[in-house]
Design a protein around this ligand. Structure first.
Ligand code: ADP
Length: 292
């Protein structure tokens, strides 16, 4: 099972490219697709979900070009779009029955699969209530259930944690890590902590370009010796902010404990500290590439 993106680009008709020159080679595992708003994550995912076609390059699913033969991928694809909507008057079971019939799943096997998924996403107690009364997190869990109806080999979830409260966010994250296993999962977000504990690989995008594609350990290793902490008096904080890339700030009685990203010691007495993925992401998106 493999998904290969060969110099994939998307242009909606203007001067700029929403996605340009993206090359990825995915095997089973969880890819965290990280990038700020407008980075091109949704555009990339819509191409992978065969909703739109690449303007350049190609996408191969097990060696088959998905633009030429989209059905090969569609039958093993689960997709939760960012703008996933539900019918408010249907309950979760009715909605999933509707989605199942659209996907060509009917009868006893569909009913069994829906029961199984409702349990998996932890909606058993509320599954007979109309979806209009669900919280954001509950709706997203219905969204994930519909994406899993066909037990997909490729599961694409586009910014699924937007609008969720912290508790729902953690629950959703845990659910996704349980689902990983023998499939390729692509999970996009602009929040590092969403993918910190789940991603086996991380791709960072900005302004349409892929800034980095590696495993989390490699990202952290690249940041070794580049993250520092020091105390700064309040009166000097603005000057420090103007000069250095700050990845964290904690107010203390004697000033601010500042976390700085720099190749060399930024101040006398600054201590090197262990980098986090947040540091790596900030460093890449601050010093990284330009729009293609
Ligand atoms: P992200 O998902 O990372 O927020 P998007 O893929 O939504 O990024 O957007 C990338 C760029 O492409 C943005 O500049 C956005 O305005 C543009 N864009 C996205 N969808 C369309 C579209 N359908 N038509 C024209 N431009 C679009």
């Amino acid at each position: 099972m493999e998904l290969y993106l060969d110099h994939v680009g998307k242009n909606y008709g203007g001067q700029t490219w929403a996605v340009r020159n993206v090359c990825l080679h995915l095997k089973p595992g969880v890819l965290g697709l990280l990038g700020p708003n407008g980075a091109g994550k949704s555009s990339l995912m819509r191409m992978l979900a065969t909703i739109t076609k690449p303007s350049e390059g190609k996408v191969l699913w097990n060696g088959v070009n998905i633009t030429k033969k989209p059905d090969r991928l569609r039958k093993v694809l689960g997709y939760l779009p960012q703008d996933f909507g539900v019918y408010p008057n249907l309950n979760a079971v009715e909605f999933l029955q509707y989605c199942a019939s659209v996907k060509g799943l009917t009868g006893r096997s569909a009913r069994m699969r829906i029961d199984e998924l409702i349990q998996l996403v932890n909606l058993t107690e509320v599954c007979k209530r109309p979806l209009g009364g669900y919280s954001g997190g509950m709706k997203q869990r219905v969204g994930i259930a519909q994406a899993l109806l066909n037990d997909p080999e490729l599961l694409i979830v586009d910014e699924p944690t937007v609008g969720l409260d912290p508790e729902e966010r953690v629950r959703f994250r845990n659910l996704l890590s349980d689902l990983a296993g023998e499939r390729i999962v692509i999970f996009s977000t602009h929040i590092v902590s969403d993918i910190e504990s789940t991603a086996t690989e991380i791709a960072v995008m900005q302004k349409g370009a892929l800034l980095s594609y590696s495993d989390p350990e490699h990202l952290l290793k690249n940041m070794q010796g580049k993250v520092w902490e020091t105390m700064v008096p309040s009166s000097q904080l603005q000057a420090v902010k103007n000069q250095w890339l700050i990845s964290g700030l904690v107010r203390r009685s004697e000033g601010f404990q500042v976390r700085v990203i720099a190749d060399k010691t930024p101040f006398v007495g600054a201590q090197p500290v262990a980098p986090t993925l947040e540091d790596a992401y900030l460093s890449l998106t601050s010093f990284g590439g330009e729009r293609a």
